[in-house]
Design a protein around this ligand. Sequence first.
Ligand code: PA5
Length: 441
Amino acid sequence: MNSISINTEHLNKYVTEEEKKSMLSEVLEAKQTLLSGKGKGNDFLGWVNLPAEQDNAIAESIKNDVARLAPKIKLFVVIGIGGSYLGARAVIEALQSEFAQSLASQHPFVVYAGHTLSEDYYHQLLSLLDTNDYAVTVISKSGTTTEPAVAFRIVKAHLENKYGKEEASKRIIAVTDARRGALHDIAVQEKYPMYVIPDNVGGRFSVLTPVGLLPIAMAGYNIDELLRGANDMRNTCLSGNNLDDNPALFYAALRNILYRKGKKVEMLVNFLPNLKYISEWWKQLYGESEGKEGKGILPHSLSFTTDLHSMGQYVQEGERIMFETFISVEKPGSSVAIPSDPQNLDGINYLVGKTLNEINHNAELGTMIAHRNGGVPVIKIDVPRIDEYVLGQLIYFFEFACGVSGYTLGVNPFDQPGVEAYKKNMFILLGKPGYEGKDLV
Ligand code: PA5
């Protein structure tokens, strides 16, 4: 298996062939709306063709930046929030060692900022930056988001203090709008190297632009393979018009069938802890795209077997409001054997000779059967392995399915009007000029 696919063996008692057939016509119509560019939010469809139309010069320029900066830095600070950081973090954390920060590596270790306003976080980050060579990318499409602006002001001052203004300006790369926004203006004035986020690509669909590609390449991963995987999945998504030959249509169809049957919560489940940020990225993609107008599946995530010992009870026996989507990875990156112990005091000698992956897969299968039999429909996404090529497939698959699913639900999947409310209140409370005397919403 070299491509991700949808497996419904644990779903059949919940979704009938009739329901699939009838939903196929709806998701095909949604796909048609998406590709015709005539649906809601149609000025944000640049991501559809991104892997095919990616300008090679961008990837080459990113590789040049990596070659220029990586040899002289230990840390690369990625400043951004939401769609301006989750995709990069998802790919990097899926690929890197869980213990990367403690290991000597020829590649810079990526640390994150701009995704929180925690004072302790910045205090701890600055202490780390005191003693390590570093460079920074600041990523904001609007160029005006408060969290990354605050983080950039703090880190920029530290960087200029540490290396002097001239060297600091060579260690900062801005990723932002081509023409507008405070970050664009700062980058032009300070002559920072700059990458543009295309106008027609929204934040949560931007991982295959420099937003994701720059941090991923700086961490030492192959962005050509990521794009190749995404492009192969694009071809599948564009050409396939049946559930069986188009995993994105299949996934969009199944989740909408289940939603209409009252399954209002979707748990994205993994059995590999390094996929945690794939789930975080997915939650933003689906939550921000579908949660509007009083509608939308609530995206939630679980890392098993860890969370079987915290949320397992609820999933097995709590309210029957959810379905699960398992990301099931066939081949692990490495192998660890269970050592034999003649005394067998712990009673686990029956596992000797099995790999941990075999044990984990049996835990996964046992969980799927138990949850299915306990009233939780299970969609399984079979994933051959975790590498850049397959992650590129997975990203495009989820993006395409999200566009189709959002249109099937009847919402504009490409806006996020609800994100503004907290910002308005925060600006009123902080006394931002222009917000004086305004009412909290
Ligand atoms: O998906 C989105 O559009 C949002 O999550 C944005 O990415 C997030 O709000 C950050 O915005 P910006 O890149 O403008 O700083």
